[in-house]
Design a binder for this molecule. Structure first.
Ligand SMILES: [Zn+2]
Length: 207
């Protein structure tokens, strides 16, 4: 029914009512164009694929444009519906999602304990029985609350050295740059080798 009976028109010049919309879904890298009839009320409109502009790697096997469009559309609609359903059940969680290689939706809920995530997993499976949706969770961390998170430590490390009744506080600056860290690792390796009596410059691989 696409473009067969009537010519398609990008903007509509008053003669034809069929419009074309270019769609770049956020569920894959396909770019599709679909047509719809401007003259019909919104509730009666149907969208039909008019052109596959770009095919992403996961949808290269689709034999027809209609099948291609329907697959991409159904994945996208499932993602939207499932996320809306999940967000309503866990409004405080930070939600990350992705599709796996089998085009199953994975939803990670950050700031939610495992029991709550399992209960949502069951609710999602009951609500969307035709699709596999996996829910995982991670408990709240400090960084989720905008407080101190797992940042790289900065500043100094101090250790107490107790030798023969005297106590000495030894401070070392924590390295910041990649070069400083590499230098630290190399120095530690050289020191460890020295302590074992290995001379790095005369070292030969054992045969
Ligand atoms: Zn695609």
């Amino acid at each position: 029914m696409v473009g067969a009976q009537r010519p398609l028109n990008q903007e509509g010049d008053g003669i034809v009512a069929v419009k074309i919309t270019r769609w770049e879904p956020d569920t894959c890298y396909c770019v599709l164009e679909y047509s719809w009839d401007d003259a019909l009320p919104e509730s009666e409109r149907t969208h039909s694929v008019s052109r596959i502009v770009r095919t992403c790697p996961v949808h290269t096997g689709e034999p027809t444009a209609e099948g291609h469009y329907n697959t991409v559309l159904s994945e996208n609609q499932h993602k939207n519906s499932a996320l809306a359903f999940i967000r309503a059940k866990a409004p405080a969680a930070r939600v990350d999602w992705r599709f796996d290689d089998n085009r199953n939706l994975h939803v990670q809920l950050n700031g939610l304990d495992q029991a709550a995530a399992e209960s949502i997993q069951q609710a999602v499976a009951a609500r969307f029985p035709a699709r596999t949706t996996r829910i995982t969770s991670s408990p709240a961390t400090d960084s989720d609350n905008g407080e101190l998170g797992h940042r790289k430590p900065r500043g100094e490390l101090a250790s107490l050295q107790i030798q023969g009744g005297s106590v000495k506080c030894v401070r070392a600056k924590i390295p910041n740059s990649k070069e400083q860290i590499e230098e630290w690792i190399l120095r530690s390796a050289i020191r460890a080798a020295d302590q074992r009596g290995i001379s790095l410059y005369d070292w030969q691989p054992s045969r």
